[in-house]
Structures are given as C-alpha cells and as structure tokens.
Design a binder for this molecule. Structure first.
Ligand code: SF4
Length: 873
C-alpha cells in the first residue's frame, strides 16, 4: 500500500510526512522527500508520531455533565444553551476559544458561525499566545498580515539573524536546513539574539546575550546606525515607504553606547552585529516567541521591520523579516480570521466595506461590527460573569494561559462550558459541562498553512475511533440546530475549503494579499490530491520587493518606536519556553516513551551564582513562586540562563506533575497592540524544596499519586510508567505506602534498606514478576533511570534493584539521541577515546544524530565540553 502523504501536526515548519498504517491502529512514519518544507527530514517529534496514535486517554463519546451521551443530545443541548445565552445576555456573552492545532476548515466554520451568525467577535485562539504580535506588526507595517519571504531566503541569506528564536529545539527541521546551508556556504554568518544560551547558539557566529525585552532598543540602534553609515535605500524609501523620518528620528537617540548599556552587551559585540547586518545585503531577520511573547512585542516586530524597509531588503532572495510560527496551523487560522480582531481572508474587521462584503458572501444575518475579546480578556470576562457560554476547541488554557489558576477559576465559574478535544483527561476538559470527542491527527482531513505561506493537506489514514468527529462537523451541526442549515451545508472538508478559497478571491478583489481563489472550483479528487502550494496561488513567491503594500497609499509604514523602560522589578526574571522533544501540554508527545527519554521532568534553569545565593544545588527540587502561584521543579544549575533569570518549560500539566504548571506564576500582562501575553517576562523567586525523602519509581500500571504529599512527575517509559517523587514526611510504613501507590495489596515485596545512608529500595512482585519498584533516598535519588527502565522491561529484578549496570555493563547515561537510544556517557566515551571527533564521526560510530538530527546541537556541545587534549589522547 502506498504511504499516505500528510503533514506533521506540531510546529509551524509544516513538514510533509509519509505514513504507512499497520492495519492495527498504528503507523510507520517518515519524512516526505517531496515536501518543500522538509525534503524528507523530520525532527524527533515528527519521527515519533507513530508512537502517539494509541487510544489510551482518548475521549471516545460525548459526555454531558459527566455521563456518556449521544451526539444529538450533546449538540441539542449546546444549541439550546447558545440560544438561551444570547436571548438573556446578548451575543457578546458567548465566546469560542480555539487553537492553532485545528485545521483551516475547522477554523473557517468556527469563524463564520461566530462572526457572521452569532453576531459577536468573541472568537479567539491560542495562537494569540504564539504570534499575534507578529500579526499586529505585519498589519501596522504592511497593511495586512503578510510574511514576505520563504524558507529559501533563510538558506540564501549572507547574514541570518535569529531573534528570540530557539530554532534548534522549536523548529528543528528549519534549523537543520540552515545548518546545511551554512555548511555549504561557510561565509554565511548566523547571529543569535537571545538572553539564554540555547541549543541554537551552537550554529551562531555571534551570540548577543541581551537583557530581556531590550530588542526594540537594539533594532532602533541598528536603524540609527544604518542611517549613520549611509546604508538607507533612499530610492526604495522614496517610492515605497511612509513614516521614515519619524522612525529614524526616534531611533537616532539610540547610539551604540546607549544600546550596549541598555542591552547589557559589549560595544564590540554590538558593533560586530551591526557590521554583519549593514555590510551584507542579503539579510534575513527571523523572529518568534522571544519577540512576540512580550508586553512590547508588536513594537519589537516593527523595530525589526523598520530596518528592512529602510534598506529595501525585503521580498528579494535572501532578504526580509521572517516570522516563524509556533503552531502547525497558526497561519491557517490567521487566513480565515481566527483572531478576535480579524475578519476572514485577511479582510479588516474595522472596514465597513470589508464587513459588508463578507456578510453578503456568507448571507450572514448578524454580521459582527467590532472586534471581540482577545484570549486573556476573554477569560477575564468569563471570570467577571460577562461570558456565559464558552466553547474551547483543542487547547488547554488551564495550563497555557498566564495566571492559569485564575483562568481555571473563571472557567469553573462559567455557566456553560463545552470542550472539544481528543483527550479525555486534560486539565481543561475536566471543567467542561459538555465534552465532545474530536477526531485527531491521522483521523481528520483538511489543510494547514506553514510559516512560509505554504498550504498542505492533512490527510486521514485511520478511522476516527468511537464517536469522534472533526471539529468542523460539530460546529456546523450546532449551526444547523440554530436554524442556519443553508449556510452550513458542508459534507466534507473539501466543501469548506472551496468556500474559503472563493471568499479569498473576493478579498483579493478588494485588494488583499491572501488569494487562493484559483482553488475555489477544485473538485473532491483535486482536493484529495492537492500538492503543497504557497499563496498567493499563481502569484509571486515573495512580497514587497517592488512595494505594493496593502495600506491605503500602497506604501509600507515605518513606525517610530519607543523602547520600554528597563524592568527593575524585584525577583528573578522568569523566562518560559519549549523543550526539544515535547509539544505544548504533552497530550500527544506524552504518549511516546522515546520522547520522554530526553527530558522527563520539569526543571528550572538557574545560574550558578543565583543558585549558590539560595543554597540550591544541582538536581535539588526547587519551589519557584510568584504572588500568583508556585511550581516545584528540578534545579538545573547552568550558565545557559543568565544571572538574575530563570527558565522553566511550559509543557507540564496537572495530569503529569503535582505542581508543574508554569502558567500559574505569570501575570496576565499583554502587549497593548496585539493582546499577546508576556509569557517570558514574569518575576519569580526560587528556594529549595525541603523534602524528607526523594523517590524514583517504575511500574507497569499508572501509580495513584493524586493525593501524594510533596512532589511527583509522571512520564512514560518503555513498557512502564516512570515517576519522580518526593515527600515532606517520611511514610511510617513503607510497605503499606508502596502497596497503596501501586494498587498492589496482594503483591510480595522485596526490599533493601540502608538506614544509615537513608536509602531504601522496594520491588513489588506478583507471580514472580516485578510489577513496580521504588528507590528512595534522603537526597535526590542517584540511580541510572535508563538502566532501571531497561531492567524493568527485561524482568531482571536483581539488576533492577541494583539501580545501575554491573561492572561489566557500561552505563549509557541519560539519552541524548532518542532515535537510536544513545546516552550521554556512550557519546562522551566515543569522544574521549578519540573514536569520534566530529558530529559526523559520532554518527558513523554510534548512529547518534543520523536520523532526525534533533540532537546534533547537543552532540556539538558534548564535543565542545571535552578539552581537545583529552579527546586527542
Ligand atoms: Fe514536525 Fe519537527 Fe517538522 Fe516541526 S520540525 S513540523 S515538529 S517534524
């Protein structure tokens, strides 16, 4: 059987995937060599997609007030409550919150229902958290939300600048493309601008470790330097740009000394960056969450775009500002108006002519007239009792939004909450009155758009399990029950796509950039076979080389940017972000044992000086707290994070950890233009979490931890669950404790107790087989996790309780390469023995880094960590 061509559901790179179903609900996955986003590459997350298809934790039928129900019952109730809410409180008492995970067709129907038929603008999305500052910056500068360039530009640039963007972990295939381009053209220069020393810095010729939120000052200074050096493209500016003089006047006060002092970087490094940017015409400035997730994110975006407009370096090969989106379909959502302040097809909600055109196209009875509430405000309004009906699709705001406990309380207090998701047990799903089973990746069909405006098909290759249905179907069914059957007649995703394409043709006629009108008459077969295609379909690959902006005067706009005052609030600056092998709230990646091998526990990166000042040692548990909440995570003492700062990952939920939701710490501060929350700019303190005991467990069944005292984190191991834990009081009866935790009253217990050293090890056996084991100690448990998990799988009870390999067996150490299961000790051995002196040689000797390549930055870091004289011996 020929593999099914589909698209990875994780990041905005939008890699093509070839899937071969195994006929038993699973599938083999590999990169699509013909997809222009990845040309066959996949990162660790994409490679492990086949391991995430299991039905455990799936919601398989609608549930109403906790009881299983039919779709008819659930949908009738939703329609009734919608009608009642609007009748009693008006349409603005309704809110729909969706996700960059859903497909364009789902988004299109949600937007049409809310903005054309319910008559409110209250449709927002978790993409607000990801890139809405980029959208706002694009709209201010270009008149519409246009990404001017393509991925090739990143490869063709002579100077590539990555601002607030850890591509190596967050967009790994794009990172690999850049790494390959740099290897082929060693004269290419890469500058990373980031307060953290991330894995991406491995590729950097220059790393500017600037203070958080000083990017606008840096790029204002660049604009001033561009002018001072006579590098303005006066012809381009004269013909195509407005606002030049005001922007330059605002920038001129940012001389290099002031910028260097403000950003906390050396004058020499700053000057080197400006030379690399100004002195080489082919410059691409890539930006993502480090720019967007800020109280001044939109200004940062425009400060970057200003420099490209002033030099005319936009829309030509190897030149331009480039926003990379975090989510697989953030761009598709933008195209259909999936943000509360957008209309559809890049038409402006504020423009009466645009609204009238869409109302006519939809035959809409209640066309929205003003923008709705953006994500943070939407949940604020919920808490204030203004939103009475809330429908959340494919996202987990109880984890991902700032001030997350307040968000949970707001949802809990809402009159009527619907949650559509694949997963039965997310933190948000638990608060729903009606739970709807959504079809997931591989089960549903539609399109997504990646960061370079390329639309790709997601194709189904599995039957949707149980009663799971695509989101567009559920939305359209509710619309029909509301009396709008004629406007929502869709029988397939293809029907919706055709309408979406036809609307884009109308929008193009009104002078907008987004145009896929050539696909409006595509038949079902053509839709099924649709090849990845960039928009505007049939148009140029890039925008703005010759002007043609989408503003009233067709000129691009430079803006006068005033950088914010320095943040001198007390406490450690709290940065948040992703880890290499997990995605969002782990509802998918958490199913793969392989993906939990790299990092299985939430952590706080803390600088050695900050750690020492607080008595925190490596691997201690730390309580990180702010006035809003606290998390308990493992201390990672490292100079990767600057002094005075912390970094905590975003992925851990109430399902995976006792206290790992970093969103609970972050204030709900948003960018005033975009409404994007400043998720990297909280303040927090860190202190040792004083535990009476620490533990590590493996078990065949999920342990019962919900009421555990202290700390726990659950992760999948190969054929088992693995749990890190700690308690504030030592159990009086360890045997009873382990029996209760592992639900094994009848199990035999073998134990090794070393009272003097405070160590205890327990194995629970049933019919001679180990069903669980717990290692405890007064300090963080020092056993080889990889060995214990392996010994558990092989049934080697003696080897298991030993906690590490015998003398004859080397300890591979924590896994670095998840594709080939290669541990850090194995790699270091190869380096120190001289068997491998480069990443390629590590690949030849150990295979590490030769499949998805996601670990190559870490291989490079390991090579760099071994002094040359040691490696040479
Ligand atoms: Fe998926 Fe990785 Fe490609 Fe992103 S880079 S789309 S996560 S395979």
């Amino acid at each position: 059987m020929a593999p099914v061509r589909t698209t990875c559901p994780y990041c905005g790179v939008g890699c093509g995937v070839l899937v071969t179903p195994d006929g038993k609900g699973g599938a083999a996955v590999k990169g699509d060599p013909d997809h222009p986003a990845n040309f066959g590459r996949l990162c660790s997350k994409g490679s492990a997609l086949g391991e995430t298809l299991g039905l455990e934790d799936r919601l398989l039928a609608p549930r109403v007030h906790g009881a299983e129900a039919s779709w008819d019952t659930a949908l009738d109730l939703i329609a009734t409550r919608l009608r009642e809410t609007i009748a009693a409180h008006g349409p603005d008492a309704v809110g729909i919150y969706c996700s960059g995970q859903i497909l364009t067709e789902d988004y299109y129907v949600a937007n049409k229902l809310v903005k054309g038929f319910l008559g409110t603008g209250n449709l927002d999305t978790n993409s607000r958290l990801c890139m809405s500052s980029a959208v706002a910056g694009h709209r201010r500068a270009f008149g519409t939300d246009t990404v001017p360039g393509t991925y090739e530009d990143l490869e063709e640039a002579d100077t590539l600048v990555l601002v607030g963007s850890n591509l190596a972990w967050c967009h790994p295939v794009l990172y690999q493309r850049i790494a390959a381009a740099k290897a082929a053209r060693p004269e290419m220069r890469v500058v990373v601008i980031d307060p953290r020393r991330t894995a991406t810095c491995d590729l950097a010729d220059l790393h500017l470790r600037l203070r958080p939120d000083t990017d606008a000052a840096l790029f204002n200074g660049l604009l001033a330097r561009i002018e001072a050096q006579g590098a303005i493209d006066t012809d381009y500016v004269a013909r195509h740009v407005s606002g030049f003089f005001e922007a330059v006047a605002a920038a001129r006060v940012w001389g290099r000394e002031r910028v260097a002092e403000t950003c906390g970087i050396s004058f020499a490094d700053l000057s080197a960056f400006y030379r690399l940017w100004i002195g080489r015409e082919r410059v691409v400035t890539v930006f993502s969450q480090g720019v967007n997730q800020s109280g001044g994110g939109t200004d940062k975006v425009n400060a970057i775009i200003n420099c490209h407009l002033a030099t005319g370096r936009i829309g030509r090969p190897g030149m331009g500002p480039f926003s990379v989106t975090g989510q697989p379909n953030a761009m598709g959502g933008r195209e259909v108006g999936g943000l509360a302040n957008m209309l559809a097809a890049h038409l402006d909600l504020e423009d009466p002519a645009h609204r009238a055109a869409v109302a006519g196209f939809w035959n809409a009875p209640a066309m929205v007239e003003r923008p709705g509430l953006k994500a943070v405000d939407l949940f604020e309004a919920c808490g204030a009792g203004q939103i009475r009906f809330l429908w959340i699709l494919s996202t987990n705001p109880v984890v991902s939004l700032p001030d997350a406990d307040r968000v949970a309380a707001a949802i809990r207090g809402c009159d009527f909450v619907v949650v559509s998701d694949t997963n039965a047990a997310t933190d948000t799903m638990q608060l729903a009155h009606v739970q709807l089973p959504a079809a997931g990746w591989g089960e549903k069909s539609g399109t997504v758009t990646n960061s370079e405006r390329r639309i790709s098909r997601q194709r189904s290759f599995l039957m949707a399990p149980g009663a799971a249905k695509p989101d567009w179907w559920a939305l359209a069914e509710v619309a029909r029950r509301m009396g709008w059957a004629e406007a929502f007649p869709y029988e397939s995703a293809a029907d919706i796509f055709r309408e979406h394409a036809a609307l884009s043709r109308l929008a193009a006629g009104l002078g907008r950039d987004f145009d896929i009108g050539a696909l409006a008459e595509i038949d079902d077969e053509g839709y099924h076979r649709l090849e990845p295609v960039q928009w505007p379909v049939g148009g140029p690959a890039r925008f703005f080389a010759e002007g043609g902006f989408f503003t009233g005067d067709r000129r691009g706009r430079m803006l006068a940017i005033t950088p914010p005052a320095r943040d001198t609030a007390p406490g450690l600056k709290l940065n948040t972000g992703r880890v290499r092998d997990h995605w969002h709230t782990m509802t998918r990646t958490g199913k793969s044992a392989r993906l939990s091998q790299h990092i299985a526990e939430p952590f706080a990166e803390i600088h050695p000086k900050d750690a020492a000042a607080r008595g925190i040692r490596a691997a201690d548990l730390v309580r990180v707290s702010s006035p809003r909440g606290a998390v308990i995570v493992r201390a990672l003492v490292t100079e990767r994070t600057a002094e005075g700062a912390l970094f905590v990952p975003i992925h851990w939920t109430g399902q995976a950890a006792s206290a790992g939701r970093v969103g609970t710490l972050i204030p709900a501060v948003t960018d005033p233009v975009s409404g994007q929350p400043a998720l990297k700019a909280g303040r927090a303190e860190a202190e040792r979490f004083e535990a009476a005991w620490h533990g590590f467990a493996v078990s065949a069944e999920k342990p019962a931890l919900t009421g555990a005292d202290g700390y726990w984190v659950l992760a999948r191991g190969e054929g088992c669950w693995r749990t890190e834990m700690a308690g504030t009081t030592t159990p009086a009866d360890w045997d009873a404790f382990v029996r209760t935790m592992f639900g094994a009253e009848d199990a035999e217990i073998a134990s090794i107790i070393d009272t003097k050293r405070g160590l205890a090890r327990f194995a629970l056996l049933r019919e001679g087989r180990v069903i669980a084991a717990l290692f405890t100690a007064r300090e963080p448990v020092e056993v080889s996790r990889a060995h214990v998990v392996g010994a558990f799988g092989s049934g080697d009870a003696g080897g298991l309780l030993a906690g590490r390999p015998g003398a004859a067996q080397p300890d591979a150490g924590p896994v670095v390469c998840v594709c080939f299961n290669v541990g850090v000790n194995t790699i270091l051995d190869a380096i120190t023995s001289g068997a491998a002196r480069t990443v390629s040689e590590i690949g030849e000797v150990l295979s590490a880094g030769t499949n998805c390549g996601s670990c190559r930055p870490e291989l490079n870091a390991l090579l760099a960590s071994v002094p040359a004289d040691v490696a040479a011996e």
